[in-house]
Design a protein around this ligand. Sequence first.
Ligand code: CDP
Ligand code: MG
Length: 146
Amino acid sequence: MERTLVIVKPDAVQRGLVGEIISRFEAAGFEIVRMRLARPSEDLVRRFYSEHEGKPHFARLVTYMTSGPSCFAELRREPAIEQARALCGATDPDDAAPGTIRGDLGIDLPRNSVHASDAPRSAEREIALIFGEEADHRPAAAGAAG
Ligand code: CDP
Ligand code: MG
């Protein structure tokens, strides 16, 4: 089944919106595979967002993502990537449609409340970065034996 890495970002954790945001994914049919609250190191954030290195917003993105804890969640459904990005809405909360997470809850750039992987390969890379060092306690796929 397709997987995605969703992050409830620091602005949303700080405002007590973890439940609200994860609920939207559950209501849309996503299953939680793994989830963890943690404040990432600067090194981890730089690696996570390495494709943004050199862009004008890179420094503020790193500062923001290390400012407090985020909720990291590996979620799955079919299809996961496209559906999760649709739930999040446009990157800039000012452009995000009402009913999307960023449209309803986002503040500005970079404080747009949520991240979702942009492609299956990104999801695999991001999940490995965030959960790679952990023992794998993922539940079996729904409907699987056992
Ligand atoms: O998160 P998404 O994939 O929608 O957007 P991105 O272009 O990959 O940018 C990653 C993150 O950088 C955004 O979610 C924002 O938090 C931040 N950003 C920013 O601060 N200023 C920009 N002009 C673009 C992105
Ligand atoms: Mg992106």
